[in-house]
Ligand binder design. Structure first.
Ligand code: THU
Length: 160
């Protein structure tokens, strides 16, 4: 039997000062909006800031519900909001961060599978890659060039 290797490389910055000014601004915006998440059940607040092709910034954070499954993730909140407000406009970059009640998060928290699938839908819709910037409260910052790098063997409309 043959084997197929699925692998990707991402960039890792050790401090926000290593980012260009646009990426740094976007990450700081995500950190701001994480504070406004409505997460009384998990106490896990996710903030997301998108930079669009028209240079607008759209933000989102997680919105929880007593009926847990109704909760919307921070990333999808931002993406659906951008899609509603600026339907024909591609997303260039998405910054994601988290504030956890368990204390200082020193590792980046990657987007869940559903959010990855939605980010990929936006990549295919607008035929562009979406850069992803991840950081916890502090520590390493992951710079990912496309969701394809962290969503191998993905599902899309070519199979429909
Ligand atoms: N959450 C997000 O906002 N994004 C993710 O990618 C993973 C999880 C939220 C959902 C829920 O409000 C809380 O984090 C705990 O799962």
């Amino acid at each position: 039997m043959k084997k197929i290797k699925l692998q990707a490389e991402i960039e890792v910055a050790s401090d926000i000062s290593e980012l260009n000014s646009t990426d740094a601004m976007l990450l700081l915006r995500a950190k701001e909006v994480a504070k406004d998440a409505y997460a009384p059940y998990s106490n896990f607040k996710v903030g997301s800031a998108l930079l669009l092709e028209n240079d607008k910034i759209v933000i989102g954070n997680n919105q929880e519900n007593a009926s847990f499954s109704v909760t919307i993730c921070g990333e999808r909140n931002a993406i659906f909001s951008a899609s509603a407000q600026y339907p024909g406009v591609a997303i260039k970059t998405i910054a994601i961060t988290v504030i956890s009640s368990k204390g200082n998060l020193e590792t980046p928290v990657p987007p869940c599978g559903s959010c990855r699938q939605v980010i990929y839908e936006m990549e295919t819709r607008h035929k562009n890659n979406i850069r992803i910037i991840l950081q916890g409260d502090s520590g390493d910052i992951y710079l990912i060039n496309s969701i394809k790098d962290i969503l191998p063997l993905l599902f899309d409309s070519r199979y429909l």
